[in-house]
Design a protein around this ligand. Structure first.
Ligand code: PGA
Length: 251
């Protein structure tokens, strides 16, 4: 059985005091990690403070990106080795905003996935689909090829360290995909993992949906057989809404 996963992607939001206030507001109100795994991915510059204040809480703190080299002359980049040294477990890789604004290619995404695994962390790989690709009926091609390219060279033993998020950019900060459409994307991802690795690996890997998830559409999405969780941007910035998202089973 795959543990349901609710992951927040704060993007480039919140100052350190705002992040710490948020964590104070959710303290003591989080579900048991065995029932729902909760994660907040935030800007790297205050991950260590966020980890320190949540060390006794059932929540994980993750990064939103890392570079593919462990160290060296790469001014302004974030070292995966340095992030791992904080005790960070999860890193989002290949978010559509990084693909769009920073021209991240499938090859860069693959290098970053390798860097995350090499440093003992887990990757949440985002698979994008634009409105143009959706309208041209290119979903299958795009989703499958991004998964194949991102996982190139990944050993089957590391399959359990991979989470893949179906995040059509047409649904981010807009109108969410229907549960059926989100399920179709997640099913495609799981089938691709089965083809590349094995049915067992595909059974283990967690597949998330992201794009305008809110407490009002979360339960329907998470009831789908291939959707193990959600990756949430906007709605995760408010502590009350975040608590509703992680405690969705208690409703
Ligand atoms: P959204 O963002 O929930 O604000 O649509 C999701 C994401 O970009 O991960």
């Amino acid at each position: 059985m795959r543990t349901p996963f609710v992951a927040a992607n704060w993007k480039m939001n919140k100052t350190l005091p705002e992040a710490l206030n948020f964590l104070q507001a959710i303290a003591g109100k989080l579900p048991n990690q065995a029932e729902v795994e909760a994660l907040i991915c935030a800007q790297s510059l205050f991950l260590s403070q966020m980890m320190a204040v949540t060390k006794d809480e059932p929540i994980k703190i993750g990064a939103e990106n890392v570079f593919w080299h462990d160290q060296g002359a790469f001014t302004g980049e974030t070292s995966p080795k340095a992030v791992a040294s904080l005790g960070v477990d999860y890193v989002i890789i290949g978010h559509s905003e990084r693909r769009k604004y920073f021209r991240e290619t499938d090859e860069m995404v693959n290098n970053k996935v390798q860097a995350v695994l090499r440093n003992g962390m887990r990757a949440i790989i985002c698979v994008d689909e634009t409105m143009g690709q959706r309208e041209a009926n290119e979903k299958v091609h795009w989703v499958v090829s991004q998964v194949i390219e991102a996982l190139k060279g990944v050993a089957i033993e590391d399959a359990d360290k991979i989470t893949i998020a179906y995040e059509p950019s047409w649904a981010i900060g807009a109108a969410a995909a229907s549960a059926k459409e989100a399920e179709d994307g997640c099913y495609l991802i799981r089938q691709t993992v089965a083809d590349m690795f094995s049915d067992e690996a595909a059974d283990q890997v967690r597949v998330l949906y992201g794009g305008s998830v809110k407490p009002s559409n979360q339960a329907e999405l998470m009831a789908m057989p291939n959707i193990d969780g959600v990756l949430v941007g906007d709605a995760s910035l408010n502590p009350d809404i975040f608590l509703q998202l992680v405690n969705y089973q208690q409703k």
